[in-house]
Design a protein around this ligand. Structure first.
Ligand code: PMP
Length: 407
């Protein structure tokens, strides 16, 4: 019995009422981006019709209001993550931007030739390429924590990779391609035993399960607003104060400085040191609205609901001939990736679309994962708090029909 009223939640999301090709939409591409509840849309309108002004600059009334709203959003998000201080919460453009920030600043501050950066075999391109760029710049080496055929990290091999050359570890909490929930507590504990900081890509975690940065003892954690029911173009970097103070700034510009002369510039305190230029103010208050909405429903209720959806999806898809799950992790969240017979995922995806079912096909920005399984891509169904059992039934029926046509 669900602890959340899914039908009521669905009514809060205008886009879910849309039709495609005249058929009610089944939206199962939530790992790519989520739909937005009315309160987020209203908040964006409120921001622009009532308080829009530049933050941190003017003495005038509106600028104060905009600054207050922006800083209140930071406080709400800090509380959501259980950060020790709001100053540990940096507004970014998204997950990709947050990882680039840390890779760039950490690289310039702490990486020497011969050092090692560890990522995992199931990372999104955005948690691979920024580290590759940095390693190339610094003469460092990128090494990979391998995974097994179930799509789970091989923890013995992780342990074996740890040594004094490893300077930072960047792993995903939840795989966007496979749905695997990684043993991040174990990873962080082993890393910290050797004084190695860890960055967690929580792009597929914060919307699905409780995430407490102090309980995790995580050094850096990043996510995107648009995947947690908020606007695009806004994201969060959480960093331990101690680390953020030690890192050199990323981008230079307005707001991130204390004083500027042509001879020397001194930098602002946290969090402004990492927020150069006019920030995404409407995005920040929109994200706050999304997080408050989610908190009202309760992240633990969402976790339980989505767990039932995942189990139901797997058991229903198992009814289909030729079904092959890509990744079979014991701990899974948010997404199920599969193939049917040797049908190309794009062909399947196209025929699902014609039946009003929106799923993602392809490599999901995780080409190394597809190479590992020797496949061109997968069909991925991914869930949100508003996904219901009927969505899954329509996915299964549409897949069956599509497969019959393509065989
Ligand atoms: N990491 C993971 C695990 C993701 O799922 C995504 C988005 N698909 C990203 C990083 C990148 O997020 P964004 O494009 O919002 O920066």
């Amino acid at each position: 019995v669900p602890a959340l009223d899914v039908e009521k939640i669905r009514r809060d999301f205008p886009l879910l009422q849309e039709k495609v090709y005249g058929i009610p939409l089944v939206y199962l591409d939530n790992a790519a981006t989520t739909q937005k509840p009315q309160i987020v849309l209203d908040t964006l309108e409120y921001y622009y019709t009532r308080i829009n002004s530049n933050v941190h600059r003017g003495v005038h009334h509106l600028s104060q209001e905009a600054t207050n709203a922006y800083e209140q959003a930071r406080k709400t998000i800090a509380a959501f993550l259980n950060a020790n201080k709001p100053e540990e919460v940096i507004f970014t453009k998204g997950t990709t931007d947050g990882i680039n920030l840390v890779a760039n600043s950490f690289g310039r501050g702490f990486i020497k030739p011969g050092d090692v950066v560890l990522v995992s075999a199931m990372e999104h391109h955005s948690n691979i390429v920024p580290w590759q760029i940095m390693c190339e710049d610094r003469g460092a080496e990128l090494k990979v924590i391998p995974m097994d055929q179930n799509g789970e990290l091989i923890m013995d091999e992780f342990t074996a990779l740890l040594n004094d050359k490893v300077k930072i570890i960047a792993v995903t909490y939840v795989s966007n391609a496979l749905g695997t929930v990684n043993p991040v507590h174990d990873i962080i504990a082993q890393a910290h035993a050797r004084n190695i900081p860890v960055l967690l890509d929580a792009a597929q975690a914060v919307q699905h399960m409780p995430v407490d940065v102090q309980e995790l003892d995580i050094d850096f954690l990043v996510f995107s607003g648009h995947k947690i029911y908020g606007p695009t173009g806004i994201g969060i970097l959480y960093g331990k104060e101690e680390w953020l103070n030690k890192l050199p700034p990323y981008q230079g510009g307005g707001d991130m400085i204390k004083t500027v002369t042509f001879a020397k510039t001194t930098y602002n305190v946290l969090p402004y040191k990492f927020e150069a230029g006019t920030p995404n103010m409407s995005g920040a208050v929109g994200l706050e609205a999304a997080i408050k909405y989610l908190q009202e429903i309760g992240i633990e209720n969402i976790r339980q609901w989505e767990e039932q959806l995942v189990d139901y999806t797997i058991s229903r898809l198992k009814e289909l001939d030729g079904i092959r799950f890509i990744g079979n992790p014991k701990h899974r969240s948010g997404a199920v990736s599969f193939l049917v017979d040797n049908i190309h995922p794009y062909d399947l995806g196209e025929l699902l679309d014609k039946q009003g079912v929106a799923i993602r096909t392809g490599h999901h920005c995780a080409e190394p994962v597809m190479d590992f399984f020797h496949i061109p891509g997968t069909v991925r169904a991914s869930f949100a708090m508003y996904t219901n059992f009927e969505d899954i039934d329509r996915l299964v029926a549409a897949t069956q029909k599509a497969a019959a046509m393509l065989r």
